[in-house]
Design a protein around this ligand. Sequence first.
Ligand SMILES: *[C@@H]1O[C@H](CO)[C@@H](O)[C@H](O)[C@H]1NC(C)=O
Ligand SMILES: *[C@@H]1O[C@H](CO)[C@@H](O)[C@H](O)[C@H]1NC(C)=O
Ligand SMILES: *[C@@H]1O[C@H](CO)[C@@H](O)[C@H](O)[C@H]1NC(C)=O
Ligand SMILES: *[C@@H]1O[C@H](CO)[C@@H](O)[C@H](O)[C@H]1NC(C)=O
Ligand SMILES: *[C@@H]1O[C@H](CO)[C@@H](O)[C@H](O)[C@H]1NC(C)=O
Ligand SMILES: *[C@@H]1O[C@H](CO)[C@@H](O)[C@H](O)[C@H]1NC(C)=O
Ligand SMILES: [Zn+2]
Length: 478
Amino acid sequence: MQQHNYLRLCVLSRSPDHCPCCISTMTFFALLMFSGLMTGCTGNSSYSLPPRLLLVSFDGFRADYLQNYEFPHLQNFIKEGVLVEHVKNVFITKTFPNHYSIVTGLYEESHGIIANSMYDSVTKKHFSDFNDKDPFWWNEAIPIWVTNQLQENRSSAAAMWPGTDVAIYNATPSYFMNYSPSVTFKERLNNITTWLSTSSPPVTFATLYWEEPDASGHKYGPEDKESMRRVLKEVDDHIGDLVQKLKMLGLWESLNVIITSDHGMAQCSESRLINLDLCISRSDYSLIDLTPVAAILPKINITEVYDKLKNCSPHLNVYLKEDIPNRFHYQHNDRIQPIILVADEGWTIVQNKSLSKLGDHGYDNSLPAMHPFLAAHGPAFHRGYKQSTMNIVDIYPMMCHILGLKPQPNNGTLGHTKCLLVDQWCIHLPEAIGIVIGALLVLTTLTCLIIFMQNRLSAPRPFSRLQLQDDDDDPLIE
Ligand SMILES: *[C@@H]1O[C@H](CO)[C@@H](O)[C@H](O)[C@H]1NC(C)=O
Ligand SMILES: *[C@@H]1O[C@H](CO)[C@@H](O)[C@H](O)[C@H]1NC(C)=O
Ligand SMILES: *[C@@H]1O[C@H](CO)[C@@H](O)[C@H](O)[C@H]1NC(C)=O
Ligand SMILES: *[C@@H]1O[C@H](CO)[C@@H](O)[C@H](O)[C@H]1NC(C)=O
Ligand SMILES: *[C@@H]1O[C@H](CO)[C@@H](O)[C@H](O)[C@H]1NC(C)=O
Ligand SMILES: *[C@@H]1O[C@H](CO)[C@@H](O)[C@H](O)[C@H]1NC(C)=O
Ligand SMILES: [Zn+2]
């Protein structure tokens, strides 16, 4: 593993003085052989423990907060681990749907949690943040904590991650808390780390969820720098507490920790309202979800409802279910209503009411403001490595790989996270170019050497030529 690190550092440093490519390549192969020998000799001890993982989400942590605010504790965490600057999440960019995508690797249409507010017209069931305990909604997918617990001698634990207090496939995590926003971060942290350090069979997969900076992002809007600075400092302090606690319990070096989020946050405004009452009568439809993606169940002819809405606002995209763009992967599920309305970034859909939130999310998942980030630390991850992007559905196959679990069918790609992992062979473009140039340099040097040697070997040639000339009877010479 070390050789890989060395190569990466070397090539990333990019300075030809300190690191000529040919040297890096030759050293690389030398180290490759060396480390091969070493792993043959050294042994077992650390590998006999099952790998363990703690997955942490700070709700609504927009990717560029990391560039625009100070996070001393998080930056320290990243320095000793990896960072993915932008995680492309799934549409709609809401909390329940994206948290379920993280732990299943599935698009929303495939895991069934397609919004924070849902209606199933067959069973007439409703789902909302306050009414989420019916397994019916969750059973279209199997989350990683259930899969983990099906392995012998392993258990899972959860501190409030959406869905962890529901018996999905008849199983909750062995250790979990019923959702309550009033339980402090400290209590969640204390309890999850107690479970991680004392349980038998050991907790090998644990999750921890915290409502900030989402709650404040809604309240103040992401452009309120003063308020957000205060809130984000609290979030960073929580990360400091987390690291300190893990160090205190002796878990810091052995436990893999992923810190990520579900979505970002966009600034909303009283001047960017889309008023549905101006376009359609409330008696023509049932409103299942409102903003920034409205789910409309028509009570009259669908085409008529569509026609009334399609020109409602230049900042509103109106889709019949069958015309929802493929890139959203948001179509093939009965819970998706016949018409959906997608507001442009920063616009709020209302039914003749004033603005209630200064910040919101749920918008198009191609918008950078909707993206979260991912940072990770632990024996499975490189140290000091940065990558610009990955998909939120790629987290699941990566976690399964780390835990040695066979993943359920999913929409993620392990290859997208290979460069983060110490046990994966990964080539970046700069490294590949470095290796090619290095090989060319070695070849050129060898060729030069061979030519030089040949020249030296054939050094007596002038004599032979003279001799030849001696033998020559040309009268013009001498
Ligand atoms: C491997 O583990 C066994 C049993 O725990 C121990 O006796 C042995 O010394 C270990 N070998 C190495 C190289 O650590
Ligand atoms: C599970 O734990 C028991 C008791 O500690 C042990 O005997 C057994 O080998 C373990 N099974 C696996 C697959 O590790
Ligand atoms: C955390 O653990 C303490 C001590 O065991 C317990 O009293 C408390 O109820 C737990 N908190 C939650 C939210 O489960
Ligand atoms: C809805 O109305 C359109 C034209 O207004 C009509 O062609 C269509 O048949 C109607 N659909 C239903 C299900 O009534
Ligand atoms: C919408 O708001 C306007 C002005 O605020 C009011 O006059 C009107 O009655 C409201 N319509 C509905 C359907 O609430
Ligand atoms: C996502 O994965 C599921 C499960 O394998 C599969 O049924 C579905 O077709 C996939 N979606 C896409 C867009 O590939
Ligand atoms: Zn939110």
